[in-house]
Design a protein around this ligand. Structure first.
Ligand code: AMP
Ligand code: MG
Length: 342
């Protein structure tokens, strides 16, 4: 398949180019587009054949449901059951990097929801995503635009790497804002429950919902409730190389120095503050230990770059399980096959 690449400036959105992409969506094709979280791989959510192509292009298992994207919050009312009271609450986060799981109406195709009675909805804040959905005139089903299992793409080059030849259009809109997938919150439970931590933190959510639940699996502990969060059971975000996560502690430098001796050709992905302790090793900088936002934005890009070096193992420093750190650690635990800690 030939893939057309459209370069669009998010600060000065070219409507003619968006229109080309919107026509592809209307015709049942696939369009990759930037959002504020990561790049998405979109199709007309109401066209089952088009949605099937998403699963095929990604190699995604059929029981991993997709998120339905809308340009305006009001429009979700045609697809989900929601009270005015709840609508008022979620308005505070919309548009933005958060996805709400709600009871679905029958108009939502089964293929999007993996046959569940709930559907995930999101209203992205990115100007290109928003215009594309508006001009397509339909909700857009979209997962992240990576091959299944790989780190999500946060720059257009990574989309091209994974999706060239598999989709009709790739919109190159430059870098994303957050670099982590949206927070997924299940609002069908009595206490709103985080299924995937993301840019909107538990603290942000508590302010609006009062009580919220964070299941153990979010922290990489306990079993995933696959009936509620089917997508979370899969290995994700993973480099091909063996990846080791070092849990954050005051003692992290000593732990790494001791254990790294067992490896011939390791690559260290560490905070700029810790670089000076490892001059003899190959190093990539993840950011500053005091700036989680920066670490999050670069995380997936660094994992991809780390996979391309000739090192045989990636050793990456983790952060504290606090605020945005919960979301970073959730991804790092899934990306790694071994954890070093105290
Ligand atoms: P992706 O778009 O690749 O980040 O994946 C979307 C994720 O949203 C899936 O892996 C699911 O975990 C989650 N999701 C989508 N629909 C539902 C749903 N109805 N219930 C629970 N989680 C969902
Ligand atoms: Mg994904």
């Amino acid at each position: 398949m030939e893939t057309k690449i459209l370069k669009i400036n998010p600060f000065d959105v070219n409507l003619e180019k968006i229109n080309i992409a919107a026509d592809i969506i209307k015709l049942g094709g696939l369009v990759v587009f930037p959002t504020e979280t990561v790049y998405g791989l979109g199709a007309n959510a109401l066209n089952e054949n088009a949605v099937k192509k998403i699963y095929k292009a990604k190699g995604r298992p059929a029981d991993n449901p997709l998120i339905m994207h809308f340009d305006k919050l009001e429009k979700i009312k045609d697809y989900v059951y929601i009270t005015e009271e709840l609508l008022e609450k979620i308005k505070i986060f919309v548009p933005g990097p958060i996805t709400f799981v709600l009871k679905r109406k029958s108009i939502v195709p089964n293929i999007i929801t993996a046959n569940m009675d709930t559907v995930a909805v999101r209203i992205p804040a990115h100007p290109i995503a928003n215009k594309l959905i508006e001009m397509s005139g339909v909700p857009i089903a979209a997962p992240s635009a990576n091959l299944s299992g790989k780190p999500s793409p946060t720059i257009a080059e990574h989309v091209v790497e994974d999706m060239k030849g598999r989709v009709d259009v790739i919109i190159d809109g430059g870098n994303v804002d957050f670099g982590l997938e949206s927070t997924v919150i299940d609002l069908t439970e009595e206490i709103p429950t985080i299924l995937r931590p993301g840019p909107i933190t538990p603290e942000n959510l508590k302010e609006v919902f009062g009580k919220i639940k964070i299941p153990d699996f979010v922290y990489g502990k306990g079993k995933v409730d696959t009936a509620k969060a089917p997508g979370m059971k899969y290995r994700h975000y993973a480099p091909d190389k063996k990846t080791i996560l070092v849990e954050y502690s005051e003692n992290r430098i000593n732990i790494i120095k001791e254990k790294i001796k067992n490896y011939k050709n390791p690559l260290l992905v560490i905070f700029e503050e810790d670089k000076k302790f490892f001059n003899e090793y190959d190093i990539m900088i993840s950011g500053s230990k005091d700036n989680y936002y920066k670490i999050a934005v670069n995380l997936f890009s660094i994992l991809r770059d780390a996979d391309k070096t000739d090192n045989d193992v990636i050793i990456i420093e983790g952060v504290l399980d606090k605020g945005l750190g919960i979301s970073i650690m959730n991804r790092l635990r899934k990306a790694s096959s071994e954890i070093w800690g105290e």
